[in-house]
Design a protein around this ligand. Structure first.
Ligand SMILES: [Zn+2]
Length: 411
């Protein structure tokens, strides 16, 4: 794979930074766009963001990367010696490749403003990072100054039209929170997801890191919210067919995505999901802005992430505060199906955390839940035509409860 040097293209209201690259499938252009206001922070001096963004693709195609431009010496060292090896160890579809930059960059050619960024999705992990880095007990140079909102796969990894729609809708839903806290909320759109065409759960770290690396003239630190507690950390082959997640190795991996002037920091590793939910339930803005749904722009109160969060908040006696953003009636209609599914998938890491909390507060599932275990288990095993029939009879909300993947799922 040959990467050309990045260039800036000005459109009506945005600035695009893009790189042409050639590989076995032909010649393509990877681009990222930001509002004009942030154009001065785009790092055109080197190709770090593009190398990291395209790394999984080059590894999947088993192609070494040849760079026309420069890349960070620190990043080059870490990718070449450790990160490529770690990724290929985690995913059998990725090969060990080499990177050949024409020049290495020592970080002295550009000024960095020393800002501190993090992604803001409105989710539990995201709010937990904010809660830990916004107040007086945080050292000044670690306080969050900017939020990022990226379109690199989290809104839909395979359907770019749907992804862009959700990207815009979710941004509009969330934008008043950064305004209220006086922080910039930087939108980064990109065609990276279209180019990669691979599972987000297998590649989210490099996708999001590439966005932050674009703005190395702005950020000296960037917090990447971990979905897992540190004791879940492991490096092992991900189950490609099921819901394996690269997040298990994030605590180890993220230090390899730093440069001379930029640190990627894995945050929230000290908490599990229940502990994070408890933490952020002390933070009033979450009553309005918590947004965790996998189905729609606002919380659907029926998908597995909505159900998990609602049930956790109820067990913590905090749900009342969230009654404006979740529909309790909708949840009550399908809660028995949800309970049956978490009992079947009781070894899944987040199910285990919720069940532990339920036990600790003395919550008892009804007999109906236990009677539903076998039908729900069967429903999860059956193939598509029969699933379509069940979908037709149950309607959207109840069918959602049948779709829980009972194997290991982290999000
Ligand atoms: Zn939902």
């Amino acid at each position: 794979m040959k990467l050309y040097s990045p260039e800036i293209v000005e459109t009506e209201d945005k600035f695009k930074i893009q790189t042409k690259f050639e590989y076995s499938e032909g010649t393509r252009t990877l681009w990222y766009s930001v509002d004009k206001k942030y154009a001065k922070y785009l790092t055109t001096e080197k190709s770090d963001a593009f190398v990291v963004g395209l790394l999984s693709l080059a590894m999947q195609e088993n192609e070494d990367i040849y760079l026309e431009g420069k890349m960070s010496e620190v990043l080059y060292y870490n990718l070449s010696n450790y990160y490529v090896s770690l990724l290929s160890h985690s995913l059998s579809s990725l090969h060990n490749i080499k990177i050949y930059p024409k020049l290495l960059d020592s970080g002295v050619d550009y000024e960095c403003e020393g800002a501190v960024g993090t992604g803001f999705s409105g989710g539990v992990d995201s709010f937990s990072t904010i809660y830990d880095h916004l107040f007086d007990d945080t050292p000044q140079s670690y306080k969050i100054t900017h939020f990022l909102f990226n379109n690199v796969g989290s809104h839909d990894e395979f359907n770019s039209k749907r992804a862009e729609e959700l990207f815009k809708k979710r941004y509009d839903l969330l934008k008043t929170y950064p305004q209220e806290t006086g922080k910039d909320f930087i939108q980064i759109n990109s065609n990276l997801s279209e180019i990669l065409n691979m599972k987000f759960s297998h590649s989210h770290t490099t996708r999001n890191a590439s966005c932050a690396l674009l703005l190395q003239k702005l950020f000296s630190k960037y917090y990447y919210s971990s979905g897992l507690k540190i004791d879940a950390t492991k490096v092992e082959q991900i189950d490609l067919l099921n819901e394996g997640n690269i997040a298990y190795s994030d605590a180890i991996a993220q230090k390899y995505l730093c440069t001379e002037t930029f640190s990627l920091i894995s945050t929230g590793l000290q908490y599990d999901k229940v502990e994070k939910t408890k933490l952020i339930s002390n933070y009033e803005p979450t009553y309005k802005y918590l947004n965790i749904c996998i189905n729609s722009a606002s919380n659907c109160s029926a998908c597995y992430k909505c159900c998990r969060t609602i049930f956790t908040l109820k067990l913590l006696n905090k749900f009342e505060n969230y009654s404006n953003i979740f529909d309790s009636v909708k949840f009550n209609k399908i809660r028995n199906l949800y309970f049956a599914s978490i009992l079947i998938g009781k070894n899944e890491i987040h199910n285990k955390e919720v069940l532990k909390l339920a036990k600790s507060v003395g919550y008892r599932f009804s007999i109906i839940v236990y009677l539903l275990i076998i039908p729900v288990w069967i429903a999860n095993k059956i193939k598509n035509p029969l699933k379509d029939l069940i979908h037709f009879f149950l309607g959207d909300d109840k069918f959602e409860a049948f779709k829980y993947n009972l194997k290991s799922k982290v999000s």
